[in-house]
Design a protein around this ligand. Structure first.
Ligand SMILES: [Zn+2]
Length: 251
């Protein structure tokens, strides 16, 4: 029975019977995979703290007799990301990132760039103080990797640079910016030139240099409002973790 080894982030876990655990990982080498951990709930020695959500580990998996079933044999904790689990707000954002990756990725479809983005974003949540900034970074970069970035260069009547007002809207079903002159009967999400500029910087930014980007309060608020509607619209699903995140912000 040959083993496979890969860096992996635990994005979902389900109890299975009294002792076993069904774990979904975003991995570097094999994309999203789901594996059964036999006796995982008891085997502290084999798994240590690596079966906590949002941890990054090197995992060892084997294929069962039926090739589509994977078994988790061992896991070696690399990044515990413990601060995330100590904060309800950070946990809510981490759940949202994980759910998006889980909803979007097909099983066994390798996309190392998505693994790196998730790893980097969870690490950012763990170490930095403003989760909303990490969330904007994650969502903008995710849209780019998924090939579904919004078209933010023009209204149907003119280029972005030539739109006279700094404020305009974005129509989800038209998939386009709507300037004031075209806004009759078309409602949209508020957006401004400053926020569009921020999205462009993030798209082109090396993840290690994201600290250098300055987020104004307005761009932070507007960016979240826009991305949290745009992303689910294009996924075709409403992540449950997003409802939780919104309720948390209201309370
Ligand atoms: Zn227009």
């Amino acid at each position: 029975m040959s083993s496979l080894v890969t860096p992996a982030i635990l994005i979902r876990r389900l109890d299975f019977g009294d002792h076993d655990l069904i774990s979904t990982f975003m991995t570097q080498n094999f994309g999203k995979i789901t594996a059964i951990g036999k006796n995982a709930k008891k085997s502290v020695k084999r798994f240590g703290g690596s079966l906590e959500l949002f941890t990054e580990s090197n995992i060892v998996i084997t294929k069962g007799k039926r090739k589509d079933i994977l078994f988790l044999q061992e896991a070696y904790l690399e990044k515990p990301n413990t601060n995330i689990r100590k904060s309800i707000s950070k946990t809510a954002y981490a759940s949202y990132f994980s759910e998006i990756v889980n909803l979007w990725m097909e099983e066994n479809f390798k996309q190392a760039s998505v693994f790196r983005l998730l790893s980097h974003s969870l690490c950012g949540l763990d170490t930095k103080t403003i989760p909303a900034e990490i969330s904007i970074f994650f969502q903008v970069q995710f849209l780019k990797l998924a090939g579904i970035s919004p078209e933010l260069t023009k209204c149907r009547c003119t280029e972005l640079e030539d739109i006279e007002t700094p404020q305009f809207t974005f129509s989800l079903n038209k998939g386009s910016i709507i300037c004031k002159n075209c806004s009759d009967k078309i409602s949209g999400i508020p957006l401004s030139k400053g926020t569009v500029k921020l999205f462009r910087w993030i798209e082109e930014c090396d993840p290690d240099k994201v600290d250098r980007i300055k987020f104004s309060n307005k761009a932070l608020k507007e960016g979240l409002l826009f991305l949290e509607q745009f992303l689910p619209y294009h996924l075709g699903k409403n992540p449950r973790s997003l409802d939780f995140l919104r309720n948390l912000r209201r309370s």
